[in-house]
Structures are given as C-alpha cells and as structure tokens.
Design a protein around this ligand. Structure first.
Ligand SMILES: NC(=O)c1ccc[n+]([C@@H]2O[C@H](COP(=O)([O-])OP(=O)(O)OC[C@H]3O[C@@H](n4cnc5c(N)ncnc54)[C@H](O)[C@@H]3O)[C@@H](O)[C@H]2O)c1
Ligand SMILES: [Zn+2]
Ligand SMILES: [Zn+2]
Length: 384
C-alpha cells in the first residue's frame, strides 16, 4: 500500500510499504477514506519529538472496516468508522475512569507515572516510539488495535468532511473549553487560530461564552477566526495581546484563556541557546501570555503541546492570581459520542476550516505548506 512515511525532520515521503495485518484478536484493519495533517504531526516533522526510525504518520483518519479480529464483534467488514487519535484498551483503571488518554496498556515500553521525557501516557496513532510505535493513518490502510473500543460508526449520509475531525480537532477544541468550566457569558481568549484554536473558539460559543477572542500572529488565520467563529481578533505580532485583552475586559483579564499553540511558537535564538543548557525544547511564551491575560481566579486551559519541563515557569503568578490550570491530550473517547450527535444535528462543524483537499500522493507538499503556513493553508484533507 501507499503511505506517508517520516524519515527525519522535514523528510516525509510517499512510499510503498507492506499492508498491515491483524496481529491481535481485538484488531481491525481499516481502509482509509480520509485523513488529515495535525499541528501535532508538525512536532515530529520539525524534530521537536524525536523519532529515530521510519514511521507512518497520521492520527486523524476514518474509513471502511476491511477485516476484524475474532474479539471485535461490534464491527463488521463494510462499516464506516471514525477513529479517536489515542490508542486505548477500554479495560484498565484509567480507561474505566473515562480517561483512556492515560491508558495503562497501550504504550507498554514508554508508559509511566512521571510524564517525563521518556515516560509518557497511553499510545497514539502514528506518534513516535515514545507513544507506542503505532503506524499511523496517513496511508491506504491502517491497523487499529482495541477496535471494539475506539472506532465509532459514522451515521449514514454523513460525508467524510463532517465526520473525519471527530478523530481529533473537534474533541480537542471541545475539551479545551470543557476544562474552562463555563457557566455562560464569559470572555474566552484563545491563543492560536490554527485548526485546534478555531475549534476551541467554536466550542466556547457553543458552550455559552459571551465573547470569544482569537489571538494569532498570522492575519489569514485571524480572518478565518472571524469567518467561522465570529471572534474578535488580535494579531500578537503587531499588538501586545495581553494588554489588548485587559483593555477589552475593564483591565481584569479574560475569564478563561486557552493555549492552542504550544511549544512551537516563534522564539528567538537566545531562547533556543538557553534551552540547550536547561534541557528544554521550544518555548512556553504563549502559555506565559495566556497566564498573564487570564483574570484573577480565572482558568488557563492548555491543549497546545509541550514536550519538556520549563525553567522560569510563573509559579508565583499562578499562586497569587489563584489561577486554575488544566492541560493535556484531549480525552477524545469521553466527548466523541455527544459531539457526533452535534455534528449530525449541524450545531458544530469543522469542515468549514478545510482549505486544501489533496490526494495522499501530495502529502509531502501538504506537510510543507501546512508547516510553513503558505497558500492560505489552515487544514489539509488527504484522500488515499
Ligand atoms: N492536546 C491535544 O489533545 C491536542 C490535539 C491536537 C493538537 N494539539 C496541539 O495543538 C496545537 C495547535 O494545533 P493546530 O493543528 O491548530 O496547529 P497549527 O500549527 O496550525 O496552529 C498553531 C497556530 O499558532 C499560531 N501561533 C504561533 N505563534 C504564536 C504566538 N506567539 N501567539 C499566537 N499564535 C501563535 C500559528 O500562527 C498558528 O496559526 C499544537 O501544539 C498541537 O500539537 C493538541
Ligand atoms: Zn492531532
Ligand atoms: Zn486502557
């Protein structure tokens, strides 16, 4: 089959690789009909998350069941499914607490209680050896472990464009806002107007926020935030975003701030140099802004990915302001069914952020334009 294989930073190739096979009684093989590239894939693409050997990328995918193992009785050949990006067993202690992102069985080599550089959470599709070495879904076929637990059947008549994003960005944007605990009428500022930030803005509206503010450094992304989420917008490259948010909130700050950027925010050479000494990767400058821009006793919700600890974390500010901080990979399984209903009813959508629909063959170019934020690229859908 054909697949997008990561070799080294900035080197993703379309290659012919062996078809996946059922390896375990709870596996299914899915023929991928649609897949997409996520901001999280860029952390591997840009070398922020190391991956030493070739790996098929991709954790946002859907398709048609081709074959199932003997213990997968809820799916059959021909079913159309969308698959959550975390790999989870559905049976361990965390899975039973509705926290399958922390599954104790899906990442046997690198799972651990620490959350350190080498001890991570549960497995993720197409997301390096640190996250379980699973081959990803940017391919014609993919092996889905624990297939009796993760995949959700797509209602008849729902097109791929509507269903695909239930694998990641819809539940991720939703989780970011869920962690904010909105009661209605709040001001929510979202840093980063990429696919995840846009879905957080939409989710905030759907959850009753009084005002949503999108912050980015690229005007075309901000334009999208106005178009699809009717957000007020701030270009952090041209304006002091923290000051602007305070001005919009009688000097107090936003009730909730979401960091939907993560460690790859632009940073200067000085920061990169000091990172070497401090064993840090990237920057926490957006998290720091989000903490500044949140009001006293407000919430900061972090879905942008960070891979290391950071020196100079503003602990004193966190304490004095009494901020509530939530962070992590999104608990997709916990939200996906309710969100599938919302997508079916038309009360939440992600298809309006897709800017590029390309064949899988154009994957290497798609990575380049999504990474470099060129050609107005917001979200790419790839068709194997
Ligand atoms: N927690 C999860 O479960 C989860 C799931 C999916 C993605 N993510 C993470 O969410 C983040 C965003 O993903 P995405 O797909 O939207 O990626 P993206 O790269 O398309 O979006 C990031 C956006 O941040 C903007 N940005 C960069 N520096 C900025 C700054 N200083 N201030 C404001 N904006 C800035 C960029 O211009 C871009 O629009 C990534 O870190 C990704 O790994 C997390
Ligand atoms: Zn993702
Ligand atoms: Zn589990």
């Amino acid at each position: 089959m054909k697949a997008l294989v990561f070799h080294k930073p900035k080197d993703v190739r379309l290659e012919s690789v062996p078809d996946p096979k059922i390896e375990h009684v709870r596996d299914a093989i899915i023929r991928v009909t649609s897949t997409s590239i996520c901001g999280s894939d860029l952390h591997i693409y840009n070398g922020y998350f190391p991956q030493a050997r070739p790996l098929i990328l991709g954790h946002e995918f859907m398709g048609i069941v081709e074959e199932v193992g003997p213990r997968v009785t809820n799916l059959k050949k021909g079913d159309r499914v969308v698959v959550p990006f975390p790999v989870a067993c559905g049976e361990c202690w965390f899975c039973r607490q509705d926290l399958p992102i922390h599954c104790e069985r899906s990442n046997p080599k690198h799972y651990g209680p620490d959350g350190s550089m080498t001890r991570k959470g549960g497995g993720l599709f197409g997301y390096t050896d640190l996250y379980g070495s699973y081959q990803g879904g940017q391919a014609e076929y993919v092996r889905v472990p624990f297939a009796d637990y993760g995949p959700r059947k797509v209602p008849q008549g729902m097109p791929d464009e509507k269903a695909l994003f239930l694998s990641d960005i819809i539940p991720t944007g939703w989780a970011a806002i869920n962690w904010c605990g909105l009661e209605g009428g709040e001001t929510v500022a979202v840093f980063g107007c990429g696919p995840v930030g846009l879905m957080a803005l939409k989710s905030a509206r759907a959850r009753g926020a009084g005002r949503v503010i999108g912050v980015d450094i690229l005007d075309y992304r901000l334009k999208k935030a106005v178009e699809v989420a009717q957000a007020a917008v701030i270009n952090a490259d041209k304006t002091d975003a923290v000051e602007a948010i305070r001005q919009m909130t009688t000097g107090r700050g936003a009730d909730a701030c979401v960091d939907a950027v993560g460690m790859e925010a632009e940073h200067d050479i000085l920061e990169s140099a000091s990172n070497v000494v401090k064993a840090q990767v990237g920057t926490m400058r957006v998290l720091a802004s989000a903490m500044k821009a949140a009001r006293r006793s407000g919430t900061v919700s972090v879905v942008g990915v960070y891979g290391t600890d950071f020196d100079n974390f503003p602990l004193g500010q966190l304490f004095d302001k009494g901020l509530r901080l939530r962070a992590g990979q999104a608990p997709v399984h916990a939200h996906i069914d309710g969100l599938l209903d919302m997508v079916a009813q038309g009360s939440l959508r992600a298809d309006d952020i897709v800017t590029h629909r390309l064949p899988l063959e154009e994957g290497p170019r798609a990575y380049k334009i999504f990474n470099e934020k060129r050609e107005g690229c917001v979200k790419v859908m790839l068709k194997p």
